[in-house]
Write a protein that binds this ligand. Sequence first.
Ligand code: AKB
Length: 326
Amino acid sequence: MKKEMKKILVTGSVGQIGSELTMELRNRYGAENVIATGRKTQPSEELKNSGPFHFINVNDINSIEEIVKKYDIDTVYHMAAILSAVGEKNPQLCWDVNMNGTINLLELGIKYEMARIIIPSSIAVWGAGVPLDNTPQESVLKPSTMYGVTKVCGELLCDYYVQRFGLDIRGLRYPGIISYETLPGGGTTDYAVAIYYEAVDKGEYTCFVKEDTRLPMMYMPDAIEGTIQLAEADFDKLIHHSDFNHAAMSFSVTDLADSIRKRIPDFKVGYEPDYRQAIADSWPNSIDDSAAQEEWGWKPKWDLDAMTDDMLKHLRERKEAGTLYR
Ligand code: AKB
């Protein structure tokens, strides 16, 4: 029988996705029922004042367990992770946070008989040996980054806990996520967010990957909707669990710059590729998410031009208010 999700813990709630996901979960399930947590970064006033917030360290199982017991947590959205670019600067930290954080939550999931645990994966699971266009759900997983290694291990670990212990765990492979509320922290796809901020702020941007770099991307409202939709899907209809390809759009930096230039004609982009180019080159151009469509009805709403209109509208408002970078 499907267990109810009544008290939700969000790890990484101060991060790019976690901050918006927490606010949406509070809207849907009630602010007092969504416990936001972070490691060190101060939460925004909105996050702090709209419901419970605590500092925890996902590597320290006791610090998570304290919150699980205090609030009688039955559902976890585990958003805390070290992303690809920071992970390449500090691979051991990446392994430590991503793997130990994950297994700690899975163990608490068993101990407290949790209803559901949502643990995102990423397009970083791929590396050499896959078709770069429309990469299939079932494909060789040979990542070339530590972040990718932890995401492949995380998917396998979650599926093991589903089969071995009957835990209800779900996860999706996020593409690059673009948003205007909270800046991303240390990923390779961060250029697709920075370009909008710099277009509004300075009218020019120097990109750290080449103009023909093409990656799967998604606008934040789709990412939030998809994540909650998967969490609420009927478990009996799921064939996959922790590794759903999750797609919306795919574009090169040139396509992105052109979309901005339609609205800011003088916008200039320069290119100075760095170590992140090799990471981007190891990932697919686009991915096939038919399993997500078939098993839980996934359908994105946002395309590149609609996203550009919305991003520029919000960032211009913020610039006028003097809070562009907050
Ligand atoms: C990153 O670039 O590391 C992340 C991701 C694609 O998972 N945004």
